[in-house]
Design a binder for this molecule. Structure first.
Ligand SMILES: [Zn+2]
Ligand SMILES: [Zn+2]
Length: 294
């Protein structure tokens, strides 16, 4: 049994499960109830969860093939008698075409309430349901990974102008979607800008200029010529702080090396970056090993 999360990552009070079937999977949503007869209420987020699931499945291009009541009473009947048909909708239904999922949820609720209704009874619109979904990608996934995919909102990490924060959010998002066939995020059609400068150091252009001239177009790490020339004809190299400014390194020529973009990235991200750093210091006479100041 799984619990869904809303767009803010908060748990919704509802329960559902997934069963793999031919051409897709069944989404089974547990009933809401218990508020009558003195029992504590359960699955109070039933309606919200149903709308969220419908929206997420629509975003993934799924088709609702069949809809059944799955209550204990219903399960005593043959399968064809458990089917319900929401007024105004024809199955199979491409979910994306429904667009107003709250309206669709209400129609499902009315059909569910009408199912097995006794005289003088309003009927329960929040019965346990079985939604048979057609989705070809289901054949490559486990029931558990489909459940996890549906449990999480499609995008939860917010855009940011802060580079360090952005890198952390990217890592979190990658972990969340890894191996899950996540739908592509919506992204931003218009990208907001900020005029505040954060996470930037005020660097000395004299140091950069001097180090680039000293390197004379060759990477000081791998000794190879710069991989390309800039529009002004200058070989393209980047100036790297051997002890990063963020670790207390100075902005001086004794701590700055001209590197090709490949070596530069490796000095920042290679798991062996510490040994690469020491190798660079050993091979360029002017460089010193400045201490890491936390
Ligand atoms: Zn290089
Ligand atoms: Zn660098």
């Amino acid at each position: 049994m799984h619990t869904p999360y809303d767009e803010n990552g908060d748990e919704i009070d509802a329960k559902y499960s997934i069963e793999i079937v031919r051409d897709g999977f069944d989404l089974i949503i547990e009933s809401q109830g218990g508020s009558t007869g003195g029992r504590p209420p359960r699955n109070t987020g039933y309606a919200r969860a149903l709308v969220l699931h419908l929206r997420r499945m629509a975003e993934l291009g799924m088709i609702l093939d069949d809809l059944q009541v799955a209550s204990t009473e219903a399960m005593k009947r043959p399968e064809k008698e458990r089917k319900i048909r929401p007024d105004g909708y024809t199955l199979p239904l491409e979910l994306a075409a429904a667009s107003d999922f709250e309206k669709f949820r209400l129609a499902i609720g009315r059909a569910s309430a009408a199912f097995g209704r006794k005289k003088d009874s309003g009927g329960n619109p929040t019965k346990k349901l079985r939604l048979r979904m057609r989705w070809s990608d289901a054949s490559t996934m486990s029931a558990n990974s489909i459940a996890i995919m549906l449990a999480n909102s499609v995008s939860t990490e917010k855009p940011t102008a802060d580079r360090k924060e952005l890198a952390e959010r990217v890592e979190r998002a990658r972990k969340r979607i890894r191996g899950r066939k996540a739908a592509p995020p919506r992204g931003q059609d218009t990208v907001p800008r900020t005029s505040t400068i954060s996470d930037r150091y005020i660097r000395d252009p004299e140091v950069i200029a001097w180090v680039l001239e000293e390197a004379a177009g060759k990477c000081e790490h791998c000794r190879c010529p710069a991989p390309f020339k800039r529009v002004d004809g200058e070989p393209f190299l980047e100036v790297h702080h051997v002890r990063p400014l963020g670790e207390g390194g100075p902005d001086t020529t004794e701590n700055a090396a001209a590197c090709c973009p490949n070596c530069h990235r490796r000095l920042h991200f290679d798991p062996a970056k510490e040994s690469l750093r020491l190798k660079l210091i050993a091979s360029v006479k002017r460089l010193k090993d400045f201490p890491h100041k936390a």
